[in-house]
Every structure is written in structure tokens, then in C-alpha cells.
Design a protein around this ligand. Sequence first.
Ligand code: UGA
Length: 443
Amino acid sequence: MTKRITVVGTGYVGLVSGVSLAEIGHKVTCIDIDKNKVNKLNQGVSPIYEPGLEELMVKNIKSKNIHFTTSYEEGFANPDVIYIAVGTPQKGDGSADLTYIKQVCENIAQYLQKDGVVIVTKSTVPVGTNDQIKEWIKDNPNNKFTFDVVSNPEFLREGTAIQDTFHGDRIIIGSDNERASIIIEEINKPFNIPVFKTDIRSAEMIKYASNAFLATKISFINEIANICEKTNANIEAVSLGMGMDERIGSQFLRAGIGYGGSCFPKDTQALIQIAGNVEHEFNLLKAVINVNNEQQIKLVNKAIERFGNLRNKNIALLGLAFKPETDDMRESPSIVISKKLNSLGAHVRGYDPISIHNAKKLIPYIECVETLEDAITGSDMVFILTDWEEFKNISLNKFSDLMVNPIVFDGRNCYELKDVKMSDIEYHSIGRPSIIPITQTIS
Ligand code: UGA
């Protein structure tokens, strides 16, 4: 059953949702206030790097299933459903800023032209926000129509967003209105993903609790990795062994230099605020954040321990995005690390296969180079910050060929220790024993 759907906001969530809904046959209009972005989108140019997204977008623009506009008047003229997918950035106190959500509500009140439209919140919003959305629209003097509100949080990951949308584990539909929740269930039917229907507030909480739990898993395994380093155990084996227990699960047990991105750091802070608002001290989650902050500078501490002082050292950073397959550098450990190295007087050169354009803006005090070789050549040490395939697949000889004294600090455990042992590089990774070539004396 084809529906007319208007999606407000063409960030990660809005754009991927809009394109995916078009792909399963709905007629989608996406609204964004950024004129430049909308022009590009209508020409089939995606503003974000996301595997598979642009192809799907172009296909659905051609079949006229999706188009983009800056006009609320046009977008709200005749939809069956409106998806709100605008940003909820972090405020100074850690709580979510709902300014953009409120603006959308004002526009809905002004431009809606019929009864019965279902308003779906895709944005990650604190518990109680959907009730607030209802009030904002209902109480607006411009509003003349009835409508229903549904919470339908998004669980896609950057870098695998299309895959996640078409093969997700569950679709959460939070509503206190049977008609509205059936409409959203029908819309999503072609995805063939299990649907879980619940009340609005529980749906809102499921989103935060899920992200906080995944962040907890990461900080937990990173703490275990830190203990492994001191007890001569190997975190890779420990993660595998733990993950074989289905109650634990094997995913999100990769130790490294901590989580980043636009979601975990923001959502964990926001959940602490949500708890604080009802006088609950979320001590566990506070510890998760503290562990993550420490973990992000782990490689710097290892390098200081190894060299004593990093002043005037040439350091190559491989990978600047917060994870592979994205150009997103929001809250990336590379930002904290390059800031710290800069303050310690090191000369830093950075390379990333995709996010160099972002790096030039976000960390202008490092030298950005165009190839991995340019980054490594002549450096005193290499830090691997993102586990891009390009780094995982290189021959370890490359480090020996391009560096006088090849020393690698690997924040993502890209290489098997047995392979490193066959090379002549000095190698320090996370939660595993360091490897020092026999021929080399520590300088
Ligand atoms: C995360 C969630 O995984 C999505 O389900 C959710 O929809 C999204 O946030 C959101 O709220 O919008 P995302 O931030 O795109 O998705 O990326 P993840 O793949 O979850 O990775 C987050 C960070 O954790 C990355 O820095 C990654 O390197 C790190 N990570 C992940 C680890 O350090 N170890 C792991 O085992 C897994």
C-alpha cells in the first residue's frame, strides 16, 4: 500500500529513511532548509559518504519516488505521514537540544491541511518528547487539524546504513493509537523486519538504552583489554571466548581506542541527563563515559611511555574518521589524539581514505596528506586510529620500507600478532602483548 510520506531533515537518518522508503514503493518528499543541499540532492548527489546510498537515491529520483524541497508548504500539503528526522544536538549540560524539533512542529501547525496525518519521530529524543510534540502542535494557534504521534526510533549505523535499514533486527513502533501504529507497520511491511509495538515512552527509552548498552559493552571490553595488557592475556582471544556465550553475544566486543561518532557520546550524555531529571544518578553510564575518555588517549600514553617525550617527533596518524566506511569525524578519537599530540610538541601528519576534507576543517593544526605512503614516509612512529580495509590489507613490509625505525601503535588491532612477529616492526596494540623485534634495541 503506497503512502505519501514527507521526511523532514536530510541528515543521515532522514536521507537514508527517505531513500529506503522510496525504494520500497512509497512516494517520498524530503524537506531540508539548506537550499544548496536540496539542489544537489535533486541532482542525485549525496552530501554524505555512505555505501550504496547515492545509487539508490539516483534510482528513486529517476522513478519519481523521491524528490527534495526546501518548502514546508509543498511538503506538508498532502502527506499521509510526516517523519521528523532533524538533529537533536547536545547542549552544554549534555541534554538534547530540541530546537529543531520545535521548529518542525511550528511548521506542521502552520501548513498541515487535513485531519489524520501520522507524525512519526525518527530523531533520537528524550523520554516524554513525543508527548511534548503533541502539545507543541495542538497548542499552536495555527493548528486546525487532528493528528497522531508515533515514536519510531532509528537503529542504523553509519557506513552500513542501507544494509541496516533493509536487514535490521527490529522496528520499534511506540504509539497510544492503534490506527497510527497499524499505518506505520503497513508502511514498513516490505522491509520484512520483526515489528515490536509498545507505548511511546518505552519506544523513546529503547533507543537510548540500546545505544547506552552498546557503549557499555565497548567500555567494558576496553577495560578488560587494559587488564589483559598487564596480565599478559590477549584481548582478541578473550573477546572470542566471551562472545561464544549467546547471553553475551560476539558483537561490540572489539577493544580499541574507544567509541566516537554522532550517537554514542551524545546519547550517553543525554541519558545521564534524562536520569538526572528524575533524580536518578546513572553511575554505571558515567563510568562508561570516563573509561571511553581515557581510552581515546591510550595510544598517546603508550607512546609517551615508550619514548619519554614526544616533542619534535614525527607522528603519522592513519585513519581520522570515527570508524571505517564513513567520512564522519564527529567525536572521533583522532580529534582528541591530534590535539594532545599537538600540545606535546609533536609534528603530526594525518591520512584518511575519505575524511581528509573534514580533517582540514576540524584539525587544521595537523598536516593532511593524500596517501598512506606520504603519511608514513620518514615518520618516527605510526598511530592506526581507524580500521580501514586499506590499512588492514597492506603488507607490513611497507612500514619497514618507509620508516627508519618502524614503530606502530595500533589502536584498532588491525594485524594478527603472528604476522607482526614475522616482520621487523615494533608493534604496540590494545590488550595484547607488545612485539619488539629481537634485532632492535629500544632507543
Ligand atoms: C550507533 C549504533 O550502533 C546504531 O544502532 C544507532 O542507530 C546509531 O549509533 C545512532 O544512534 O544513530 P554508529 O554511531 O553509526 O551507530 O556506529 P557504530 O558502528 O555503533 O560504532 C560506534 C563507535 O563504536 C565507533 O567509534 C566504533 O569504532 C566503536 N566500536 C564499535 C568499538 O570500539 N568496538 C566495537 O566492538 C564496536
